[in-house]
Design a protein around this ligand. Structure first.
Ligand SMILES: Nc1nc2c(c(=O)[nH]1)N[C@H]1C(S)=C(S)[C@@H](COP(=O)(O)OP(=O)(O)OC[C@H]3O[C@@H](n4cnc5c(N)ncnc54)[C@H](O)[C@@H]3O)O[C@H]1N2
Ligand code: MOO
Length: 401
């Protein structure tokens, strides 16, 4: 007999199975989308020195008290100048954006507020101390934590890491995932279809979903329902894999290739109390974690949301692994099977000022209705003990985009 387990128990099993991705030191450009495994300490302050925010003239603000005034220009300070002479009282130096302030100067007058003179300059208005000066450490102080462990490394975070002097970071390495779809009926586009065949879609969906989390994905599309062919197609790839995800071949039919190939090899097949996505399995094959998903395309995506996404995010070091859950009023009645958690595809809208949004189902409960999934932005979750909900009832909604 196949064991029946809850959605939460299977999620915990898959999360435990995947564990935590190894920590690696990678060049900054290869860290995009990954999670920082340790704090980044600032090797320098930002800015590293007082500098000008404008092209103009470095001055002592007190010298402009009687503006308009004319002052001698004693030199130029381009960005990158490392030996900056001090500013004598009653003089100015031309200064460019990002260039270091000369010792003794306490303000910058932008060039537009002057006659732009090179030997002498006429300054039209007085300015306060600190005018257009960017001070050392006002963004980040040397020695402090610039980025804490657990940070997701997007463009701004990688820019900051570089700005404080890092060229490599210790991150949770991307997992290498093999995605395999099984089914003798599957044909890969653009090959022509014969009656009884369908175009393969699960491997494409899973690869896209898993890649979007920051994993490396290799796909093996349309393995025939034959145990020998399945083993021959997958086994050689396991050596370099952190996870195998399969679709199809796990229910109660006569040709369940994944079940037949893996049931005696360390993978447990169960029925999860949910709809869609009932037939599930997880375990290890040759030591590599394996998660087996049912073949119906909507079941694949719902299973990804319920199990793989949170488990992969946890493995990659993320802390927020769950989708945003909100309450919404149903725009039409729905039914749900007793004892199973139903995940229906829906469209959620929320008007400004409204406390509770509205949600309506897209498509029926059938797990083959992929087009309806493309018109959805959420999953409507009906708990195990609910068999019917009426128009106007409040339900839980998981926002998936
Ligand atoms: N007697 C029973 N029959 C079924 C049960 C059951 O409990 N008892 N469960 C049903 C449920 S629920 C699901 S879900 C499916 C799961 O079956 P499998 O995982 O064995 O999947 P397949 O039979 O291989 O495929 C199901 C369905 O999906 C299509 N498919 C499969 N792979 C792909 C792909 N890569 N791209 C596009 N479409 C795919 C396949 O052609 C089938 O139509 O079992 C029910 N039956
Ligand atoms: O439980 Mo199945 O995954 O409905 O189609």
């Amino acid at each position: 007999m196949v064991r029946v387990i809850s959605v939460d128990e299977h999620r915990e099993n898959v999360t435990k199975l995947l564990g935590t991705a190894p920590v690696r030191e990678l060049p900054l450009v290869d860290c995009a989308g990954l999670i920082l495994a340790e704090d980044v300490l600032a090797g320098v302050s930002l800015p590293p020195f007082d500098n000008s925010a404008m092209d103009g003239y470095a001055v002592r603000a007190a010298d402009l008290a009687g503006a308009p005034v004319e002052l001698p220009v004693t030199g130029d300070i381009p960005a990158g100048l490392v030996d900056v002479p001090p500013l004598e009282p009653g003089t100015t130096q031309r200064i460019m954006t990002g260039a270091p302030m000369p010792p003794g100067a306490d303000a910058v007058v932008m060039v537009e507020k002057t006659d732009g003179g090179v030997a002498r300059v006429r300054i039209l208005e007085a300015v306060p101390v600190d005018n257009h000066v960017r001070h050392v450490g006002e963004d980040v102080r040397e020695g402090t934590v610039a980025l804490p462990a657990g940070t997701r490394l997007g463009p701004a975070q990688l820019g900051l890491a570089s700005a404080v002097g890092k060229d490599r970071l210790r991150v949770h390495a991307p997992l290498r995932v093999i995605v395999a779809s099984t089914g003798t009926e599957l044909v890969v586009p653009p090959e022509p279809l014969r009656y009884g065949q369908i175009y393969e879609s699960n491997a494409v969906m899973l690869a896209a979903a898993i890649r979007a989390l920051g994993c490396e994905v290799e796909i093996v599309r349309s393995v025939a329902d034959d145990v020998t062919a399945f083993r021959a197609a997958i086994e050689p790839k396991l050596r370099d894999a952190d996870l195998l995800v399969t679709s199809g071949g796990v229910s109660a039919g006569a040709y369940e290739v994944v079940k037949d190939a893996l049931a005696d090899s360390g993978v447990e097949f169960t029925k999860v109390a949910m709809q869609p996505g009932g037939p599930q399995g997880c375990g290890r094959w040759h030591g590599v974690p394996v998660v087996t998903l049912p073949g119906n395309p909507v079941s694949v995506l719902v299973s990804f949301e319920a199990f793989l996404r949170p488990a992969l995010l946890t493995a990659l070091g993320h802390t927020g692994v769950h989708r945003l859950r909100v309450r919404a009023k149903l725009t039409e009645a729905m039914t749900s099977p007793s004892g199973r958690r139903q995940f229906r595809r829906g469209f959620y809208t929320h008007k400004e000022g409204q406390v509770t949004g509205l949600v309506g189902p897209r498509g029926g409960a059938g797990s083959h209705l992929l087009a309806a999934f493309t018109q959805s932005n959420c999953l409507i979750v009906l708990p195990e003990d609910v068999t019917a909900v009426a128009e106007g009832d409040e339900v839980d909604v998981l926002l998936i985009c």
